[in-house]
Ligand binder design. Structure first.
Ligand SMILES: Nc1ncnc2c1ncn2[C@@H]1O[C@H](COP(=O)(O)OP(=O)(O)O)[C@@H](O)[C@H]1O
Ligand SMILES: Cc1ncc(COP(=O)(O)O)c(C=O)c1O
Ligand SMILES: [Mg+2]
Length: 290
């Protein structure tokens, strides 16, 4: 029997609704991965509501929890680490310490870094030290990176001018160390208004994918976290990078269709669970080159 992969997911938790681990853990479990959630914050709800209660985990707790798993002899079973929103560069460095410890226990373990920087227009931006940490320290260690356009622009220090420009920017990030860069959400002058686009860039090639842009009265939150979680889960389950990319686009689109049909602001993950595991739609990743 094939072994079920294990994945340590280090990101935020919200009590109500879906963002961070609260958007990613259940879908990753639903597709067949054992998830070890390590919650960097526990908030009442995601920050786009403009108000919340809760606490941030002290950075030293991250390596301490990893050591606890090592002490019971389970760390070698960790196949991957996923990290998302960071409260501080110190929390980021604590994650890298944990990743290094896990790579000693299991040299094949993968690290996916979602370099969450938030949206200035949504009033959620990270400190410059966090952006700098992500580019200068996390990119060198990460096997996979999943920025959105804003994060890619921030890494490049300029705004993308075209699709080929996005490709060049993703390649520049790839050159800093990751084996693959998934741009979860493209934005560039000339992009068709009715499409939502993503890009996958690896040493072997680059692929572009389009899916329909759905209308929402308020943009749902947690879509990026769902995207990076499913992408890593499918890679652990044996998909190629391109197959994982296509699966992720389809499964996320299914969640958004369900969410739109329910006129819900929060992602309808429970209602969409069978569609996550077995997406009915399919989007093709089309090879592109400079
Ligand atoms: N097919 C779609 N139609 C409409 N909006 C979408 C679609 N797919 C994703 N979105 C929205 O696009 C945004 C996701 O991209 P972005 O915000 O750049 O990434 P992240 O979720 O990591 O912040 C979210 O606001 C999400 O709700
Ligand atoms: C607590 C928390 N975690 C993570 C996120 C990231 O969500 P997204 O996937 O939409 O970038 C947010 C967004 O508001 C949040 O409030
Ligand atoms: Mg995000």
């Amino acid at each position: 029997m094939k072994r079920t992969p294990h994945l340590l997911a280090i990101q935020s938790h919200v009590v109500f609704g879906h963002a961070g681990n609260s958007a990613a853990v259940f879908p990753m479990q639903r597709v067949g991965v054992n998830v070890w959630p390590l919650n960097t914050v526990q908030f009442s709800n995601h920050t786009q509501y403009g108000q919340w209660t809760g606490e941030v985990l002290a950075p030293e707790q991250i390596p301490a929890l990893v050591e606890g798993i090592a002490a019971i002899g389970e760390l070698g079973n960790c196949d991957a680490v996923l990290s998302g929103y960071l409260g501080s560069a110190a929390q980021g460095r604590a994650i890298l310490t944990g990743v290094a410890r896990i790579k000693v226990a299991n040299p094949k373990a993968l690290y996916l870094c979602d370099p969450v920087m938030g949206h200035p227009e949504k009033g959620c931006i990270v400190a410059p030290e966090v952006s700098q940490f992500l580019l200068e320290e996390a990119a060198a260690v990460a096997d996979l990176m999943c920025p959105n356009q804003l994060e890619l622009d921030s890494f490049s220090g300029r705004k993308a001018q075209s699709l080929l420009d996005c490709l060049a920017m993703a390649r520049a990030l790839l050159a800093r160390g990751p084996k693959a860069v998934l741009v979860k959400h493209l934005a560039y002058p000339g992009k068709p208004d009715d499409s939502f686009e993503m890009l996958l860039v690896t040493a072997d090639g680059s692929w572009h994918l389009r899916r329909p842009l759905l209308a929402f009265p308020r943009q749902p939150v947690g879509v990026g976290d769902l995207t990076s979680g499913l992408f890593l889960a499918r890679i652990l389950l044996g998909d190629s990078l391109v197959a994982a990319f296509e699966f992720t686009a389809a499964a996320v689109h299914e969640v958004l269709l369900e969410t739109q049909a329910c006129a819900s602001y929060e992602l309808e993950l429970v209602r969409a669970q069978d569609r996550i595991a077995h997406p009915r739609v399919r989007f093709e990743a089309v090879p592109i080159s400079l």
